[in-house]
Design a binder for this molecule. Structure first.
Ligand code: ADP
Length: 464
């Protein structure tokens, strides 16, 4: 191959970067100039040289055209893919926004149902009334579980979730997950026993919320699918791995269904079986949570003879001291009551039902309450009177909670006052929303439906 041929083929390297006419013009110019030199060569005209030059430039142009068409095709595919991915992203964002909205709208009335029911359960009632109230409470909590499951699933699916590893007292976590469930079983024909092996360290570092969700979900399923017998929960540790086992004597699962139960919206229903509520999201979320923690889940089961779910999760040991501060916050309700009852609280909440139960519970604790209906009134009241803490709803008429908080913070800065703790009392519970509240000057978030015990311990933490 002569230098001329090499140059002709070399020009093709420009194809990805330079437009067609320029490359073809270069090829032709090089070829014509080579033919010119051949024609004027002192060694005489080489016909072979001329033909080979012409053939090379034609082949190079054909080859160049193939390259251009391939590159154009790839560009088109790339462009289509990027459009599709933008569409998919927009659809996923729209879905997340819709779910967050829907969750907010359902949580607000649910908060009222929960609050008023708990309020009525706390007063003297006949056994029958108490049972009816308990049923309303359980049903509202089931509805909340469904909303949370859908929201959790969408959050995990979007891939935006991040782990929050904290030191956690694993025995307390197990106890706090198991005890409330145990209480609901008193009159049932199912018993729940649990054991935490001595080899499990006192404090481990993990995402506590996820761990709680995993334990609660597996035990709740075991109860849901067991009519008689025993549910056994055990936790043990081996080297740096925890093993959680939840066994039941319930309806069981046939082996060919093992895979499908971990798929979202898959529910295994058999004809002889009574209907059991559910969305088919629990195990899918549990599996994803476990995988995020770097663990595994497997199941051993036979139809009609119970199931055993085995979860392994790697862990890192943490020091007991790291946990003490956190434990102090989650003190018991009776603890919370002592010593903080004389503070005044500003509550900005436009929902009348929520106002009723907040007033009931907080006045019972001895707090002096000022209740306003929107952000503007909240800012005005704040400027008139000293408050120990502010509880601020977010979506309110006239002025939103976020705007009100910003104005309160500006007012504090201007008048060189200490910052008053402000807690968002909100039905907006996605990570993104909570981050926004904290960035706007809030000191904490108490999600709706309000868990009074949690609210009181947050108030205590911030008043201290
Ligand atoms: P849901 O409980 O809402 O139906 P899950 O994702 O938690 O959804 O469970 C999916 C399916 O797996 C259930 O519908 C049920 O058929 C089966 N399953 C889960 N846990 C058990 C269990 N402990 N015993 C029998 N079947 C179970």
């Amino acid at each position: 191959m002569t230098l001329t041929h090499l140059v002709l083929w070399g020009i093709l390297l420009l194809v990805p970067y330079v437009k067609r006419p320029v490359v073809y013009l270069l090829l032709l110019t090089k070829s014509v100039s080579s033919i010119y030199f051949i024609l004027n060569s002192p060694r005489g005209v080489s016909l072979n040289g001329i033909i080979s030059n012409i053939v090379t430039v034609i082949v190079a142009i054909i080859f160049g055209e193939i390259l251009y068409r391939t590159i154009d095709g790839l560009k088109k595919i790339n462009c289509q893919l990027s459009q599709e991915s933008q569409k998919a992203f927009a659809a996923s964002e729209a879905k997340a926004a819709f779910l967050a909205n829907m969750s907010h709208e359902i949580r607000t009335p649910l908060s009222g149902i929960r609050g008023i029911t708990e309020m009525m359960m706390g007063s003297d009632r006949s056994d029958a009334d108490h049972n009816y109230l308990k049923m309303i409470h359980t049903s509202s909590m089931s509805l909340l579980d469904i909303v949370n499951n859908v929201l959790d699933f969408s959050r995990i699916e979007s891939g935006k979730e991040v782990l929050h590893s904290v030191p956690c007292n694993i025995r307390n976590v197990m106890d706090q997950c198991i005890t409330p469930i145990k209480l609901t079983l008193l009159a049932d024909q199912v018993s729940l026993e649990s054991i935490v092996d001595n080899n499990v360290p006192k404090v481990i570092r993990t995402d506590e919320m996820k761990l709680r969700q995993i334990v609660t979900n597996l035990i709740s399923n075991a109860i849901k699918f067991t009519d008689y017998g025993t549910i056994s929960v055990s936790l043990s540790a081996h080297e740096s791995e925890l093993t959680l086992t939840v066994s039941d004597t319930g309806i069981g699962i046939s082996p060919e269904k093992y895979d499908s139960i971990f798929t979202e919206f898959e529910r295994v229903q058999t004809s002889y079986e009574k209907y059991r509520e559910g969305t088919g999201l629990g195990l899918a979320i549990t599996k994803k949570n476990i995988e995020q923690l770097g663990g595994t889940i497997s199941v051993n089961s036979e139809e009609l003879s119970g199931s055993t779910f085995i979860v392994t999760i790697p862990f890192e040991e943490a020091s007991f001291d790291e946990c003490i501060e956190k434990e102090a916050i989650s003190a018991s309700l009776s603890d919370v009551k002592t010593g903080i009852g004389n503070h005044s609280i500003l509550i900005a909440e436009d929902n009348k039902v929520n106002q009723v139960y907040l007033k009931h519970f907080l006045e019972k604790e001895g707090f002096d309450l000022t209740i306003v209906e929107n952000g503007e009134e909240a800012v005005a009241s704040f400027m008139e009177k000293e408050f120990g803490i502010v509880l601020m709803d977010i979506q309110m008429p006239v002025k939103s909670g976020l705007q009100a908080v910003q104005e309160i913070r500006e007012y504090e800065q201007k008048s060189i006052k200490n910052k008053t703790p402000i807690l968002a009392l909100t039905a907006s519970v996605t990570n993104h929303e909570q981050k926004l509240f904290m960035e706007s000057g809030m000191d904490g978030v108490c999600p709706k439906p309000v868990d009074m015990k949690y609210l009181l311990s947050s108030i205590k933490k911030h008043l201290n």
